[in-house]
Design a protein around this ligand. Structure first.
Ligand code: BG6
Ligand code: MG
Length: 215
């Protein structure tokens, strides 16, 4: 293991719940029912691709102008919640794990669909741990396409098989596996069925423990 590539929302920070609140608000305004199960399918998808799923579910058609306005509104509601965040919302053991990986010479990249990634990393004070940041401003294909992780590995000068990807989303785990990465699912084994191994959170993980995993 030479490098670790982390998804952001739901892996390092507890922002998945804010995406859910904002998407549900938009869906409800459009008359579309939206529950936690629907949200699971949205995790990891780009803003554009997420809107597609909601519109399809509700059978709603939209002009390009409407799409732009709805995505803008969703992001404003999401950012209102993000601006209330403090560094406590970095998930348990995140800072410790990142520092431990760094101290042991393991490269670290971010592989996130979010266009708000840098803002959030700075807000919770973990930006400094990253050797490379691949986010929604640098990718053109939404997960489950492996583009985001392939760019992450390339930026670190590593091959996919030398990297571990940490993901909480079904689409993200698919992206990692399609790209040839070892995928650690963060969440529930029942949901992240394609991951190589699943942990409920980053708690208890360390450089040493990751090195004991049989790739
Ligand atoms: C992913 C989230 O990390 O980023 C998705 O899992 C979200 O829920 C996507 O839609 C895009 O984020 P943003 O911040 O650019 O709207
Ligand atoms: Mg995520």
């Amino acid at each position: 293991m030479k490098a670790c590539i982390f998804d952001l929302d739901g892996v390092l920070v507890d922002t998945a719940k804010y995406h859910f609140i904002a998407w549900r608000r938009l869906a409800n305004e459009l008359g579309v029912d939206f529950n936690e199960h629907d949200n699971e399918q949205l995790k990891g998808l780009s803003r554009d691709a997420s809107l597609d799923v909601i519109l399809k579910k509700g059978g709603v058609s939209a002009t390009l102008e409407q799409r732009t306005e709805w995505m803008f509104n969703k992001n404003e509601w999401y950012l209102e919640l993000v601006h209330q965040m403090n560094s406590d919302e970095v998930l348990p053991n995140t800072k410790e794990l990142l520092a431990d990986l760094k101290a042991n010479g393991c490269k670290i990249a971010l592989g996130s669909a979010s266009k708000n990634a840098v803002l959030i990393l700075e807000r919770v004070d973990i930006y400094k741990y990253f050797d490379a940041i691949i986010d929604g401003t640098k990718t053109s294909k939404s997960k489950p396409d492996p583009e985001v992780f392939l760019l992450g590995a390339e930026s670190l000068g590593c091959k996919p098989e030398e990297c571990i990807v940490f993901e909480d989303a079904i689409s993200g785990v698919q992206a990692a596996k399609t790209g040839g990465f070892y995928a650690i699912g963060i969440g529930s084994e029942d949901v992240l069925t394609q991951a190589d191994i699943v942990f409920p959170s980053l708690e208890g993980l360390s450089f040493e423990k990751l090195n004991q995993i049989k790739f």
